[in-house]
Design a protein around this ligand. Structure first.
Ligand SMILES: *Cc1c(COP(=O)(O)O)cnc(C)c1O
Length: 390
């Protein structure tokens, strides 16, 4: 391991070659769609900047984030591709968005009226994507009357340009869903209304990864690709019948910092919840819940050492946890907590299951204390260490 730029024995590895292949598979699957790479939440924990660069290099043409700060960070890092902020921003920040050529999501007429009072002449018009709520019940224009009001306002103002119109599915990751079909129809119907009033946005989009995988039918020309770009299936249901393989880009590693022999009756960690029944070997790993290796993962989780599965025992601490070893292993031996060693693998879905959550949440929660190591063309290309600002 090249430890340039970090000094601890725990790191996440992000394989950019896999990100690239996942995007290319999607491009082949949906050849008539543009790909908007979703890099919100620090690229689902993988690193927004590095993922954005790789995605744009591999066929994605636009980026999406959740909040304005994330978009501004990408601009500061020199990314010039179109970026959509998918959540509402405060109207008073509209100039900041405009100056940085950031597209905004809008679903309230009041927002437009207020933003117009702030927007400087020099930065007009600003690109917006209208968000329709067709059944997600989160944000969006719901009623036809609201939609018509907004569209007639749009026609008499030169301040805003409707670049896109979109919606978001609540159940695209379930094969049999009436709501999915209902949402699809409502959206198509609303696009028809917009067209009738003369509004013809460049981008019409509804698909997240799940809807993209199942090729949602309609007049759509863009997919907002998140979880599957990272190589993860949107649900266990879809995972069983993916039309092409996805490659998990994120792996998590650590190294044993201590190895000792327990005697019968010796206990391990807070609460002494683990007691040795016989003489046994135990190793200590310098990763804990402050790194996002959640306390609830023990008992249950295992790690790979020398290609073999070994269970975590006792409570996971803030900075460390313990592993039961079948034999004496040397300090410095690598442990893989997520990823593959030899023929064995621990998938994100296994960790998610143990944490009683979905795969999305696991890499998002691996904290900024864990340095990210990037692999490109099979070699380490870059390290990122937020603590030391590298
Ligand atoms: C996060 C997000 C996506 C990406 O969804 P995935 O399931 O990760 O592909 C798409 N659209 C919106 C509105 C989102 O918030």
């Amino acid at each position: 391991m090249d430890r340039h730029h970090f000094y601890r024995d725990t790191w996440a590895e992000i394989d950019l070659d896999k990100i690239s292949r996942n995007i290319k598979s999607f491009k082949k699957h949906l050849p008539d769609h543009k790909i908007m790479a979703v890099v919100k939440a620090n690229g689902y924990g993988h690193g927004a900047y590095q993922i954005a660069l790789e995605a744009l290099d591999s066929g994605a043409e636009l980026l999406a984030v959740a909040i304005l700060d994330e978009a501004l960070a990408l601009r500061r890092q020199g990314i010039s591709a179109p970026i959509l902020v998918m959540n509402r921003i405060r109207p008073e920040y509209v100039n900041l968005a405009a100056e940085n050529e950031i597209s905004l999501t809008v679903f309230q007429k009041e927002w437009l009226l207020e933003a117009e009072t702030y927007l400087k002449e020099s930065v007009r018009p600003i690109n917006i994507h209208l968000k329709l709520d067709t059944g997600m019940g989160r944000v969006g224009i719901k009623e036809e009357s609201e939609l018509l009001e907004i569209s007639s306002y749009m026609k008499q103002t030169a301040v805003f340009h409707i670049e896109g119109v979109f919606t978001h599915f609540a159940t695209a990751d379930e094969w049999e869903s009436e709501l999915f079909e209902e949402q699809r129809k409502r959206f198509i119907n609303h696009i028809g209304l917009l067209h009738e009033t003369g509004v013809k946005p460049t981008y019409i989009h509804s698909a997240n990864s799940a809807a993209g995988i199942r090729k949602v039918k309609g007049p759509f020309n863009l997919v907002r690709l998140g979880i599957s770009m990272y190589g993860l299936a949107p649900s266990l249901e879809l995972k069983e019948s993916l039309p092409f393989p996805l490659e998990e880009a994120f792996s998590l590693h650590s190294e044993l910092i201590h190895v000792k022999k327990l005697l019968p009756g010796d206990t391990v960690s807070y609460g002494a919840t683990y007691t040795a029944k016989e003489e046994e070997w135990v190793g200590t790993l310098p990763i804990g819940y402050a790194d996002g290796w959640q306390r609830r993962l023990s008992p249950g989780a295992s790690v790979l050492i020398r290609g073999e599965r070994m269970p975590i025992i006792g409570r996971i601490c803030m900075d460390q946890c313990m592993v039961k070893l079948p034999f004496k292993v040397d300090v410095g031996e690598r442990a893989t907590l997520i990823g593959t060693q030899n023929a064995n693998k621990i998938q994100m879905d296994e960790v998610a299951h143990l944490a009683k959550t979905i795969n999305y949440e696991i890499p998002c929660l691996i904290s900024s204390r864990v340095p990210r190591v990037y692999v490109k063309n099979g070699r380490i290309s870059e390290n990122m260490n937020v603590i030391l600002n590298f």
